[in-house]
Write a protein that binds this ligand. Structure first.
Ligand SMILES: Cc1cc2nc3c(=O)[nH]c(=O)nc-3n(C[C@H](O)[C@H](O)[C@H](O)COP(=O)(O)OP(=O)(O)OC[C@H]3O[C@@H](n4cnc5c(N)ncnc54)[C@H](O)[C@@H]3O)c2cc1C
Length: 485
């Protein structure tokens, strides 16, 4: 079911509020959650912004105030028209607790924002209190673990880890937030070797709908939901603790093929990646055109010679590049998105602001091989649109489908449909065409406000348990948004 923005805001206003007992600004607790506070039928008062501002060392910005336009800015300029009720710059967990208390009592929408890369702009909703976690961006390596603030971006994490000779499997774009990425799963170039980002999560500090700060780990159902259940659904995570691996040197590669060879090469790529060693990760980018074109990229944890042997199993390419790189250089290389084939990720622009990009995108998940001729036909005669297949399998597939909330454990690849000209109608057509080949699947981190049957697409068989977790920890729907569980 797709809920309109209007319905969402209406539901948020009508939601039953919890009593304004004032959540304690406590240290994290790992005990079971307290029962939800008693509900009240008293009408909510307007948010007391002055009182909230007084509690926030980082500040609060309201519409009309200096800095509001910058404070509400997210990665995609399409969402610049959004008008949140306030943006709270949070420097400490207790700031987040104070925000949750205000939103709960005033019954206004609330949304956490880390990297601001939500495809649907769900971290910048109209009329909401935006909890900006960017000031909480610390990265502390502690032996084989790393503790990452809820507002850290990927390149901050990679840099901090590389200094200590450690690695975390995560995404490509340097300005994506580790929070949104991890909460939806986290697919990246080391995923087949080391797993999804969420697979490395050991514990998380999270502010719940009741305003409690809890440390969750192990068998806690909230911890289960935070690993793939999607950002924004279950609480606001202020800190993540991950296991890490020794930082590997990697061989990066890139192959270009002549136009007209898409069907043959896509067929061969699917066979190849299905049986490749876990040390190899690859993506296949098919660009719309007349005819479409294709390139293959990826990385290999091992020697250049062994990498060449694997690449020799693919059809002969018109150009091949193979280079050895240290861990951080490799992450920077992929962060430039030379492999993803689109200008999707841009490093920080001048002035400390986000590099930004207007785009529309959606996704499917390939549970197995799809008919390459049918994919080619979908992209033939179009322009400005790419389908990016990122291989899964390897370590991702060694985790049970119900062990975490991420359901696509047996999949061959994720498919992202990306239009740099933000042509949402074209994206939807290709998504639906691919859906006829893959079934109703999708990746929650490529969240699409018009995805048909989105709950099942994102969560599959884990949906029922996710709903139970949401109901248990957020009975009053404090964290509700258009595609909340
Ligand atoms: C250019 C680009 C490249 C990408 N590359 C990859 C990739 O390589 N691999 C991959 O898997 N994905 C990738 N993604 C998708 C990305 O993982 C999602 O868009 C993700 O949700 C972004 O997280 P964020 O923190 O940057 O975004 P935000 O917009 O800040 O947050 C996304 C969602 O999570 C919620 N949220 C944010 N912070 C918190 C928090 N601390 N606690 C609870 N909820 C929170 C928000 O409310 C929102 O609903 C990419 C996206 C873009 C735009």
């Amino acid at each position: 079911m797709t809920i309109s923005r209007r319905a969402f805001l209406g539901a948020a206003v009508l939601a039953t509020a919890t009593a304004c007992s004032g959540a304690p600004l406590s240290s994290p607790t790992s005990t079971a959650p307290s029962p939800p506070p008693p509900t009240s039928t008293a009408p909510p008062g307007p948010p007391d912004w002055a009182a909230l501002r007084a509690k926030l060392p980082g500040g609060l910005v309201l519409p009309g105030e200096n800095g509001y336009d910058l404070a509400k800015q997210s990665y995609n300029p399409l969402f610049d028209t959004r008008t949140p009720a306030a943006v709270a710059h949070c420097t400490r967990p207790e700031d987040v607790q104070a925000c949750v208390e205000v939103a709960r009592n005033a019954r206004i929408p609330i949304a956490a924002r880390a990297g601001g890369h939500s495809y649907a702009g769900y971290s910048t909703p109209d009329g909401a209190l935006v909890v900006d976690l960017r000031p909480m961006a610390g990265v502390r390596v502690d032996g084989e673990q790393v503790v990452v603030g809820g507002g850290a971006r990927l390149m901050e994490v990679y840099s901090g880890l590389a200094d200590a000779g450690r690695a975390l499997p995560a995404g490509s774009c340097p300005t994506v937030g580790v929070a949104g990425l991890t909460l939806g799963g986290g697919i990246g170039v080391l995923t087949r070797k080391y797993g999804l980002t969420c697979d490395k999560l050991v514990s998380a500090d999270v502010v719940t709908a009741a305003g409690e700060l809890r440390t969750v780990s192990g068998d806690d159902d909230l911890f289960w939901a935070l690993r793939g259940g999607g950002g924004g659904n279950f609480g606001i995570v202020t800190s993540f603790t991950f296991d890490t691996d020794p930082a590997p040197d990697v061989v990066v590669f890139s192959l270009h093929y002549p136009t007209g060879s898409v069907t043959d090469v896509l067929g061969a790529w699917q066979e190849w990646i299905a049986t490749a060693p876990d040390d190899l990760w690859s993506n296949c980018v098919i660009s719309a055109g007349s005819p479409p074109s294709l390139r293959i990229g990826g990385c290999f944890v091992g020697s250049e010679a062994a990498c060449h042997q694997l690449l020799d199993m693919l059809p002969a390419a018109s150009s091949v590049s193979v280079k050895s790189k240290g861990y951080l250089d490799a992450m920077r290389y992929f962060g430039g998105c030379t492999q993803r084939g689109v200008a999707q990720c841009r490093p920080e622009a001048e002035g400390g602001q986000l590099g930004r990009e207007s785009f529309a995108a959606s996704s499917r998940i390939l549970s197995g091989r799809v008919d390459p001729a049918a994919v080619t036909a979908l992209l033939d005669g179009r322009a400005n649109l790419d389908v990016l297949l990122d291989s899964l399998g390897g370590a991702v597939s060694k985790v049970a489908e119900d062990a975490t909330a991420f359901p696509h454990r047996r999949a061959l690849a994720s498919a992202q449909i990306y239009a740099g000209n933000a042509d949402a109608a074209a994206v939807a057509e290709v998504r639906d065409g691919l859906g006829a080949l893959t079934g109703p699947t999708g990746y929650v981190n490529y969240i699409d406000p018009t995805m048909p049957d989105w709950e099942k697409a994102y969560y599959g068989a884990n949906l029922a348990k996710l709903r139970q977790v949401a109901e248990r920890h957020d009975p009053d729907r404090v964290f509700a948004f258009a595609q909340s569980v």
